[in-house]
Write a protein that binds this ligand. Structure first.
Ligand code: UDX
Ligand code: UDX
Length: 480
């Protein structure tokens, strides 16, 4: 029986391994992690991450051919294929600070694999890593090898949160990069055979190592670039009276452009986009390509601009001050159908409003109070470390309360900001909400999910990203 071990039981490692176990009953899959609480949660009824359909998949195979364990070394030693899916945070100090990936966790995983291995192994990069990481990992493995052979493969993950199970069950493509030697190609074939259990052959692409590594960064950069492009248009729409949804629809009808990923928003978040682009920027700089680096950096800069622009709209609309005013923040996750808050635009929006002394009442259907407070207290880039290495006992902001109901959050509020596009926000009783708010009552829709006309009829002053401006907002002179 082929044995697979995955180091890192996170958003990537957990669901991916669960799907392999489900589709390959002849393979034993063990997911290991240094975090005891995380492994305990994977072994309980309350999984550590919220992902539609994940519970069913885990329950179908757990303790049959899918195991979660903290005995990292034991399971790595026994495995034929070792996936590595540990954190790759952005460096906060030293060379490349603010851009380059910190490979500390990866390097220690590689050293441990080399130390405990007693048989040949295929080591698979599952974390997004800078191009040429495989080369460094190869050196670590072969310099400590005790006569054991390692083959490194790059097998980047393209799943999106909220649709992870669907993405894993029916991937657009699986990408496997390996060395172009006979041994490398043998390793590629072995991993291909795992995916071939359920993925049609023409969807399993094989490339060299560097192409696979770069393709992951490039895919995320292209996706993020689309969002920054439509968000840049949203600012122009507001200035000209065009409607960004109509523009997106019109351009999306061109089959060369396509309709997906054209929703204007308060900004993109998530653990990958910003980090991967910064990584790409750093790689370009290191390879003497400052103009290419500058080009991609703009994607992140427009994203920051969009978040700042949103805060400016809120403050300027409310008579240029939100000091002491209650503002309801509806949604904190970086997108709907996930409890994940990594790099969520909500953090920057909340910081912006708190900077203007607002009182925030935050509600998200999937994010806990503890998580929200931790996020608001954390330094930029600190989120991408194993949880026990993140700052503990955060100083709770006095101006922030976290509630478990949208009606509670909006009661007596002056304004509402929609930050995540949760379905339930579309179905709220806005008349009831309006009746319980201070007047004038404002709504700032950062996701374009609400019916602007219906809200205006109720009496709200409405701002919706990239939509024709409310006369109230239009009359304000703001530099954005
Ligand atoms: C992770 C990385 O964050 C991302 O940079 C990379 O591209 C893919 O892998 P994700 O699964 O979303 O993505 O991260 P996370 O949920 O934080 O999971 C990483 C896990 O690795 C954590 O559970 C952490 O405890 C574990 N880990 C980290 C180890 O088991 N050993 C280590 O040395 C470091
Ligand atoms: C992304 C990639 O889609 C996935 O392929 C990769 O493996 C990891 O990074 P994820 O971060 O889970 O996945 O979410 P995604 O659905 O791509 O959304 C990222 C951010 O962009 C979210 O904040 C989302 O709200 C925002 N977004 C997305 C928009 O603002 N507008 C859009 O049209 C689409």
């Amino acid at each position: 029986m082929v044995k697979i071990c995955c180091i890192g039981a996170g958003y990537v490692g957990g669901p991916t391994m669960a799907m392999i176990a489900l589709k390959c009953p002849d393979i034993q899959v063990v997911v290991v992690d240094i975090s005891k609480p995380r492994i305990a949660a994977w072994n309980s009824d309350e999984l550590p991450i919220y992902e539609p359909g994940l519970d069913e998949v885990v329950k179908a195979c757990r303790d049959k051919n899918l195991f979660f364990s903290t005995e990292v070394e034991k399971h790595v030693a026994e495995a034929d294929i070792v996936f590595v899916s540990v954190n790759t945070p952005t460096k906060t100090r030293g060379l490349g600070a603010g851009k380059a990936a910190d490979l500390t966790y990866w390097e220690s995983a590689a050293r441990m694999i080399a130390d405990v291995s007693k048989s040949d192994k295929i080591v698979v990069e599952k974390s997004t890593v800078p191009v040429k990481t495989a080369e460094a990992i190869e050196k670590i493995l072969t310099h400590n090898n005790n006569g054991i052979h390692f083959q490194i493969l790059s097998n980047p993950e393209f799943l999106a949160e909220g649709t992870a199970i669907e993405d894993l069950a029916k991937p657009d493509r699986v990408l496997i990069g390996g060395r172009e030697t006979p041994e490398g190609q043998k390793a590629v074939a072995a991993l291909k055979a795992v995916y071939a259990h359920w993925v049609p052959e023409d969807r399993i692409l094989t490339t060299n190592l560097w192409s696979a590594e770069l393709s992951k960064l490039a895919a995320n950069a292209f996706l993020a670039q689309r969002i920054s492009s439509i968000n840049a248009m949203s600012a122009l729409c507001e200035s000209t009276g065009a409607n960004v949804s109509e523009v997106a629809y019109a351009i999306g009808k061109d089959s060369r452009i396509g309709p997906k990923f054209l929703n204007a928003s308060v900004g993109f978040g998530g653990s990958c986009f910003q980090k991967d682009i910064l990584n790409l920027v750093y790689i370009c700089e290191c390879n003497g390509l400052p103009d290419v680096a500058h080009y991609w950096k703009q994607v992140v800069q427009i994203n920051d601009y969009q978040k700042t622009r949103f805060v400016k709209r809120v403050v300027s609309s409310m008579f240029n001050t939100v000091s002491g005013k209650k503002i309801a923040i509806l949604g904190f996750a970086f997108k709907k159908d996930t409890g994940d808050t990594r790099e969520t635009p909500a953090i920057d929006v909340c910081h912006g409003l708190l900077g203007d002394k607002a009182l925030l009442s935050i509600y998200d259907p999937q994010v806990t109070e503890d998580q929200i407070k931790r996020d608001l207290a954390m330094n930029k880039f600190d989120w991408d470390h194993p949880q026990h290495l993140q700052p503990q006992s955060p100083t709770a902001f006095k101006q922030v309360s976290v509630v478990w109901d949208a009606y509670e959050a909006t009661k007596d509020a002056h304004g509402i900001c929609i930050i995540t596009e949760w379905e339930e926000f579309k179905k709220l009783d806005y008349q009831r909400i309006y009746d319980n708010m201070q007047k004038p009552a404002f709504i700032f829709d950062g996701r374009n999910v609400l019916n602007v006309e219906a809200l205006r009829k109720i009496g709200f002053i409405v701002y919706s990203i990239g939509k024709p401006l409310d006369p109230w907002v239009k009359d304000l002179q703001v530099s954005i």
